[in-house]
Design a binder for this molecule. Structure first.
Ligand SMILES: CC(C)(COP(=O)(O)OP(=O)(O)OC[C@H]1O[C@@H](n2cnc3c(N)ncnc32)[C@H](O)[C@@H]1OP(=O)(O)O)[C@@H](O)C(=O)NCCC(=O)NCCS
Length: 162
């Protein structure tokens, strides 16, 4: 399994390219750079050789954090990268004093719902019609998890990548 690392400002163009490849409304480079410069947007990524094949972007404002977006390139899915990315981001937040992690996910996104549920996230609510879609707006499922429980279950090495 390739290593998940906190990405630097110089690596943000790779994140923009990946996000533009996978999502219809990607963040711009300026948005990522602003978040990075303010110290609130943290992005972890995983590379296969030199290519960025997965990332997770988070807003970290201890004692809370929010998973903004994440993705793994289609050819690299179902190898555990998504789980490693979420765990690394949660470990990072936990080391900074985060005690609650929030996220919202499209109710039809079975892969992401399974991923988050398998990592102990609980459903805490729903936003009706949050995601526009040509066949009708979709609800967002709101989920929450205490990152300290994830770190505690992995032992002292959990903070190695902070
Ligand atoms: C969601 C996503 C990041 C998962 O990445 P991944 O690297 O394939 O995830 P993992 O291999 O770590 O899978 C972890 C668990 O998630 C669940 N899962 C992942 N893909 C799944 C799928 N297609 N169907 C059902 N469950 C799935 C499983 O429980 C899996 O555990 P298992 O392999 O032991 O059964 C990836 O599918 C993706 O990039 N999707 C498009 C972008 C997206 O939806 N982002 C989420 C925005 S909230």
């Amino acid at each position: 399994m390739p290593c998940v690392l906190l990405l630097s400002r110089d690596e943000l163009p790779d994140v923009v390219s990946l996000e533009a490849e996978l999502f219809p409304d990607p963040w711009s480079l300026g948005q990522f750079q602003n978040g990075h410069d303010q110290g609130t947007c943290r992005i972890h990524g995983v590379r296969d050789h030199m290519t960025l094949v997965g990332y997770i972007s988070c807003q970290v404002l201890p004692p809370e954090m929010e998973i903004l977006n994440m993705a793994v390139l289609p050819g690299f899915r179902r190898r555990g990268m998504g789980r490693e990315l979420v765990t690394a981001a949660m470990d990072h937040g936990s080391a900074l004093g985060v005690v609650v992690c929030h996220l919202e996910v499209d109710e039809t996104n079975i892969a992401a719902l399974h991923l988050y549920t398998s990592l102990g996230f609980s459903r805490i609510g729903r936003r009706r019609g949050y995601y526009p879609h040509p066949e009708g707006a979709r609800d967002a499922v709101l989920m929450r998890r205490d990152p300290r429980s994830v770190a505690a279950s992995r032992g002292p090495m959990a903070f190695a990548n902070v």
